[in-house]
Structure formats: C-alpha cells, structure tokens
Design a protein around this ligand. Structure first.
Ligand SMILES: *Cc1c(COP(=O)(O)O)cnc(C)c1O
Length: 391
C-alpha cells in the first residue's frame, strides 16, 4: 500500500484525535527509521521518549521475542518471573519498596493518586483528599489525570473532572504552603522536568521545599517520571539530581523500550497502603512488557548514563547561542529549544532534510535514543541548526 494509502485509510477510520506529521513510518533500526517511500530519517523523538535505544534494538528485541515464545500473558491471578524480577530491579535501583504495574503513564499516575488518598484517608479521614499539582504540568488523559494536569486547555469540554486537585505555580513555594494550609491535602504530584509543558526543569530548591512541606505535613511527595525516567535525563530517575527522595515515583514511556508498561513505585512510607483488592490491571505487569523493561533497565548503567550526559552537553553547547535560537532548556536528552522561527516550521524544514523532531508548547523538543551514535547526532544537530538559522 502506498504511503498515501495508509494516510487516507487512517484519516477515514482512526479517531481524529491526533495531528499527525505527514509521514508513515514502516521500519527502523537504531536511531534511523524509514517511511514507505524508502526515505530515511534520523529520529530525535523516539516515539515520545519511548524507544529508549531506538528502533528494533537487537538485545531488546531478542529479550522480548524470547519471552513472547515462552509466555505472553498469565494475568495477575498468578506469579510470573519477569514481573517479580522487574519489581526487584526497580526497587534495588531506587530504594523504593514496592511496585504496582499498569500499562501507561496515566495509569501509573492514577495509582499514585489512589495511594496518596488512601494513605491520608486511612490515617486522618475521608476529607483528606486534595492533591496539589503544578500549573503547566501534564499527567495524562484519563479524567483523573486530566484533573491533575494543570492546564485549562486540556480540561475544556470534559468537565466535571475528578474533584480535589489544586494547582500551584512552579517555583512558588509560598503558594504551595497556602494551599496546604487552606485545604485538607493528601499529597503533591510534580514532574521534575515539565515535559509537555515545554521541557522546563523545576528549581531544585523548590523541589526540596516540596519535600520539606510533605515531611512536615505528612503528605506523600509523588514524582511523575513518566517522561523523565529510565535514563532520559542522565540519571536513572531525574529526582536523583534534585537532592530528594520522593514517596512515590511513577514512570512509563521509556521503561519497556517500546512496549506499553507503567510503574508506580512506592517508598517506605506508603508501600503497605494498597492491600489485596484495592487496585488492579488485567495487562499490568505483562511478562512480555516486563521482559522488555528488564532488558532496558539492565543496560542503563553508569557508562550508558555518562553517555547520555555527554550527548546532552554536545547538544546544549551546539545550540545555545546558535543563530535563530533564543534559549535551550531541559535535562539530559530531554531538551527544549526556543527559536525565532515557529517550531512547526523548524520541524518541517528538518523533516525535509531527513531529521524528525517533536514540539512541546512553543519549543522544538528533542528526545533522541539514549545511545544515538555521535556521528548521527552531529549530522542531525547540523540540520537542526540550519533550520533555526533560516530566519
Ligand atoms: C506522557 C506523560 C504522561 C501520560 O502517559 P500515557 O502513557 O500517555 O498515559 C503522564 N505524565 C507525563 C509526565 C508524561 O510525559
């Protein structure tokens, strides 16, 4: 089928919720992918931070297919090794104590919100349900995670959303204090780097302030690391660079390297909050997705993470102060670039030259494979610089 055929079919039958780029991707290898006309692209988007080691990574694909040929699903009525081993690995590498598995970022956050509410309500009563989140945040598309998302544009036409969410300005600790004083709260949910909100890292002093408030008020501090997690920012989880340990860490996107898997990790304070029957997911902890995650996580060692930071430094150095570039933000290989040109125009120019990028708010967003070869990265950054300079 021709590329146009795919596009026409999709437009006719797939729900019209996505503004897709005019490219039908058919295959890929590492940082490269191909469209149906055989055109090759260097991909700096990784399916929105999902394909941790790019397309069809061999070790990952082997681990996944091996599991596929062994046991694809058993349900959570039974024990399975990949799920148990992955939970162990996540706990050993973060210090968290227990993990609940779902299939997406939104589900991981739903679990975190349930944990915070149950923690507070079991201890202090049913009126302790408020969750503080930040303006400009993004936490998912279910009605509850939409409510958690501090951007009105996502709420419109879907009200009433789950009640009980309060929004503070990122960086405004006094604002958080005020909300805590005026409402009966259960927890605070934040992204260490606001991804969809424009790749904006939080001020570490603000995050430490959130930790202090949560300690003082016995609230759960929950880090949404759906996008920042799994090596993306140059440490295994981004909170590790903020000088705090959250009570709950959620992650998804890059965790299983391209398969749907979400995790809600719970620390000492709340690991026993959920009991039998309190939560569940039919596909959650699926052996194939977990085998993919075990493969990804086992490779995210200090060498690999040092490589992420090196590539990050290269991109920051090349683009900061480059012609047509106003500012560069982000952490590790999660980078936002504000240029003088419209982001959509920069993306189209890059696409013409064989480089795929993303946007976040008014910025061009880069989320390249964590192991993108330097020669490809250099080539792609060259194209990107030319596109920004074309003003
Ligand atoms: C993508 C994202 C989500 C939602 O993840 P889904 O898998 O699409 O449900 C939640 N939080 C953050 C920070 C994200 O980047």
């Amino acid at each position: 089928m021709s590329e146009n055929g795919i596009m026409a079919l999709d437009r006719e039958y797939v729900a019209d919720t996505y503004a897709r780029f005019p490219v039908a991707i058919v295959s890929g290898s590492g940082a490269l992918c191909r469209d149906e006309n055989g055109r090759e692209y260097i991909d700096l988007g990784t399916g929105i931070a999902v394909n941790t080691f790019g397309y069809a990574d061999e070790a990952w694909a082997d681990a996944v297919t091996k599991q596929l040929h062994t046991l694809q699903h058993a349900s959570n009525l039974y024990y399975t090794a990949p799920c148990a081993r992955l939970a162990e690995m996540l706990c050993q590498r973060t210090g968290m104590k227990k993990v609940f598995f779902g299939n997406s970022g939104a589900e991981a956050n739903e679990c975190a919100i349930k944990v915070a509410r149950k923690y507070a309500q079991d201890k202090r009563g049913p009126e302790y349900f408020h969750i503080i989140t930040l303006k400009n945040s993004f936490h998912g598309r279910t009605l509850t995670t939409l409510a958690a998302t501090g951007q009105d544009v996502f709420h419109k036409s879907f009200t009433p959303l789950t009640p009980g969410f309060l929004y503070a300005d990122p960086g405004d600790l006094a604002g958080v204090e005020k909300l805590v004083a005026e409402h009966k709260c259960a927890g605070i949910l934040f992204e260490p780097v606001q991804g969809e909100g424009g790749v904006m890292p939080l001020d570490p002093a603000f995050v430490r302030g959130l930790r202090e408030i949560c300690d003082r008020e016995d609230l759960l501090l929950m880090a949404d690391e759906v996008q920042t997690g799994n090596g993306r920012t140059g440490t295994l989880y981004a909170y590790m660079q903020f000088g705090i340990v959250p009570d709950v860490v959620t992650t998804a996107k890059g965790l299983a390297g391209g398969l749907p898997l979400g995790a809600c990790m719970m620390g000492e304070k709340c690991c026993h909050v959920l009991g039998r029957g309190d939560h569940g997911s039919t596909f959650g902890g699926n052996p194939v997705a977990c085998a993919g995650a075990l493969s990804v996580l086992s490779r995210l060692d200090e060498d690999l993470l040092a490589g992420v930071r090196e590539r990050s430094d290269y991109i920051f150095n090349e683009l900061t102060g480059a012609k047509g570039v106003e500012s560069v933000s982000g952490l590790g290989l999660m980078i936002g670039i504000k240029g003088q040109r419209k982001s959509a125009d920069v993306l189209a120019a890059c696409r013409e030259k064989g480089v795929l990028c993303l946007t976040a708010k008014d910025r061009v967003r880069l989320l390249p494979p964590l192991n993108i070869p330097m020669d490809l990265l250099k080539k792609a950054v060259g194209v990107l610089k030319e596109a920004f300079a074309d003003i």
